[in-house]
Design a protein around this ligand. Structure first.
Ligand code: FAD
Length: 383
């Protein structure tokens, strides 16, 4: 009889952890998912077509239209009033012969769906305990118990305890900016267009959420956002109208506003000695170009591929899986992190050369079909 409680333990009940628990169980491993309950996730996620295709092929969703809203256009408006301004740029999914770039989902709805799928898997057990420590492949739990498994999947978010305890080195840079999110009802619908107003301190983005509803992601200095939130709904709405250049008629708030601190986080390696990291435990960056969860789902897809390629008859199979997984993830994590970081810094740059480069880049994207196609491929995370 095995000395372990399971073949794999997945730590963290966010979207990355829940998708990972399902993928690991579907690979045939006896799996325990530690998913302590927390406040509902108020964010929304724009998932690009390759991620949506993955969700479908992995049995995580059926029809995206049942859960989310199609993203057919991306409109970028330079609202910086800088000396060198970029042109207004419109990207349309039809240019790459697709009906949509992707779909926008409410995280809470997606999670509910994942939980339904998880409940149907007999070899996947979900528990609400959280982890307080990790020694070797044994986890100590908040309920006083302990659990062990050859493979530990850390999906416990940006402040990952699993990452620290496994000795996987990370680098985090905190920004002065935060993101304010809330749902808005607009006087004029935006159809399938995501509309980004680029301001010097960060973009103000409206993402389609069906009908007249839009999900707002407003990036600005944390103090500015907290002061705007403290001012109450009326002042906030006045600010939203100003920021959206009064293009959408009356605006009302359809949910409370929440402010998320922003940082970038990267790891030297996403796996070692039978421990692997997925989702924000392995990477985080500002919500620019909708990459975070898209990358998290690519982690899960690579974990499934590493499991499929492994020989579980060998005694060191989990160590081999963690090594193979780290190798599979390294270039995607480095490339995506680099692209988002450069993009974010170019949006905030005060230097004239950087502004010129950014404006020049958007002109090039506006005018050169080849460059547009390259940009689409990077933005959609095509490998
Ligand atoms: C404003 C905003 C907008 C975004 N928009 C997009 C977008 O449009 N597209 C996109 O792709 N991405 C987007 N992202 C990024 C995306 O939301 C995240 O990448 C994703 O939700 C992270 O999921 P996760 O499961 O890795 O982490 P989390 O959601 O942070 O989940 C971590 C989980 O681990 C649990 N946990 C923590 N510690 C322990 C412990 N010790 N024991 C057990 N459990 C533990 C927590 O309770 C939590 O449930 C956005 C992010 C923000 C902030």
């Amino acid at each position: 009889m095995s000395a372990h409680d399971a073949d794999a333990i997945v730590v963290g009940g966010g979207l990355a952890g829940s998708a990972a628990a399902i993928a690991v169980a579907k690979a045939g491993l006896k799996t325990i998912h530690l998913s302590p309950s927390g406040p509902p996730d108020r964010r929304t996620s724009a998932l690009m077509m390759p991620s949506v295709d993955y969700l479908r092929s992995a049995g995580l969703i059926d029809e995206p239209a049942a859960l989310g809203h199609a993203l057919t256009q991306i409109r970028i408006i330079d609202a910086t009033n800088r000396l060198i301004r970029a042109p207004e740029t419109l990207f349309d999914a039809r240019e790459i012969d697709l009906p949509a770039f992707g779909w926008n989902f409410a995280n809470a709805r997606l999670l509910e769906r994942f939980q339904t799928v998880a409940a149907g898997l007999p070899n996947l057990e979900t528990r609400s305990a959280s982890v307080t420590g990790l020694t070797g492949n044994t986890l100590t739990l908040s309920d006083g118990g302990s659990l062990s498994a050859p493979l530990i999947v850390g999906a416990d978010g940006k402040k990952s305890l699993i990452r620290t305890e496994a000795g996987l080195r990370s680098h985090e840079t905190e920004f002065a900016q935060s993101a304010l999110v809330c749902d808005l009802d607009l006087g004029r619908p935006i159809g399938g267009a995501s509309i980004e107003f680029h301001y010097p301190k960060g973009p103000f983005t409206l993402v389609p959420a069906g009908g007249t509803r839009a999900n707002l992601v407003w990036i600005d200095d944390r103090d500015v956002l907290l002061a705007a939130k403290e001012g109450g709904p009326e002042q906030l709405i006045a600010k939203f109208r100003e920021k959206s250049q009064r293009l959408f008629g009356t605006i009302s708030m359809a949910s409370p506003a929440f402010v998320f601190p922003l940082s970038t986080l990267s790891v030297d390696s996403a796996g070692t000695d039978g421990v692997v990291l997925v989702g924000e435990a392995a990477h985080a960056f500002p919500p620019i170009g909708a990459q975070g969860l898209n990358l998290g789902l690519r982690d899960v897809a690579d974990l499934a591929a590493a499991l499929e390629a492994s020989d579980r008859q060998t005694s060191d199979w989990a160590i081999d899986v963690s090594r193979d997984y780290a190798k599979r993830r390294s270039s995607d994590l480095a490339r995506t992190g680099g692209v988002v970081d450069t993009l974010f810094r170019s949006l905030l740059a005060d230097m004239i050369p950087a502004q010129a480069l950014r404006a020049g880049g958007l002109w090039a994207l506006k005018l050169a079909p080849f460059l547009r196609r390259q940009a689409f491929a990077v933005g959609m995370g095509q490998r």
